[in-house]
Design a protein around this ligand. Structure first.
Ligand code: C5P
Length: 220
């Protein structure tokens, strides 16, 4: 059978990763976290790499090799042979990733690598431009959204649950800044695909969003 590709796009902090993983697990297919690819690339290149010349980026990017193994909860993204983990999940690396993600050389390379990871494989691909650019022929496309305020408050609750102090205003500010970088860049900006199912998650629980996603996938 033809591989099943489901795309999940949306802004930072909307719950895409959790939902994409749950969906992949329910469908028994791989989960591809493309934000983690941009983050791992940013970490591998180091701080300030967004200022490198285009030629220098093109020379260095092929040295960062990605792989994808496993399905559902066991999906693992590999970068140069090692599993990508929590080391890329800091605010700082997220910011580096957004700054690098505006560079056309970086996007061209990611596009190529992401398509090759998806070749002949069923997957849930999560990111900013999965439905618009990388997998335009996906069977089902989702665009998850929520206001910056709601996303900031969810993040605050997460941090507090982990026993960490959280500055709601600063977090909301950082979310707005990342939204601006992602929505305003000329190459592959964050925008819903015309055929995407748009889910505003502001007033919904995680479980309610998951149900909507699964209903829409089943009816596709
Ligand atoms: O989703 P996550 O916060 O991990 O992504 C980090 C950054 O990588 C995003 O803010 C965005 O700038 C960039 N990104 C992108 N295209 C994707 C996935 C992530 O530009 N498909």
């Amino acid at each position: 059978a033809e591989p099943l590709v489901v795309t999940m796009d949306g802004p930072a902090g909307v719950g895409k990763s959790t939902l994409a993983r749950m969906t992949a697990q329910a469908l028994g297919i791989a989960y591809l976290d493309t934000g983690a690819m941009f983050r791992a690339t940013a970490l591998a290149l180091g701080e300030g790499a967004w200022d490198l010349s285009g030629a220098e980026l093109e020379a260095r990017l092929p040295g960062i090799v990605f792989g994808l193994t496993g399905v559902g909860d066991c999906s693992t993204l590999l970068c140069n042979g090692a599993a990508v983990g929590d080391e890329v999940r800091t605010e700082e690396v997220g910011r580096w990733a957004s700054l690098l993600a505006v560079r056309p050389e970086v996007r061209a390379r990611q596009l190529q690598v992401q398509r090759s990871l998806g070749l002949g494989t069923s997957l849930v691909a999560e990111g900013r431009d999965m439905g618009t650019v990388v997998f335009p022929a996906a069977r089902r496309k989702f665009f998850l959204d929520a206001s910056p305020r709601v996303r900031a408050l969810r993040r605050v609750r997460q941090l507090e649950a982990m026993g960490q102090a959280a500055d709601a205003a600063a977090i909301e500010q950082a979310i707005r800044e990342r939204d601006r970088l992602d929505r305003e860049r000329p190459v592959a900006p964050l925008v819903p695909a015309p055929d995407a199912v748009i889910v505003d998650t502001s007033e919904l629980t995680l479980h309610q969003v998951f149900e909507r996603i699964m209903d829409a996938v089943r009816s596709s």
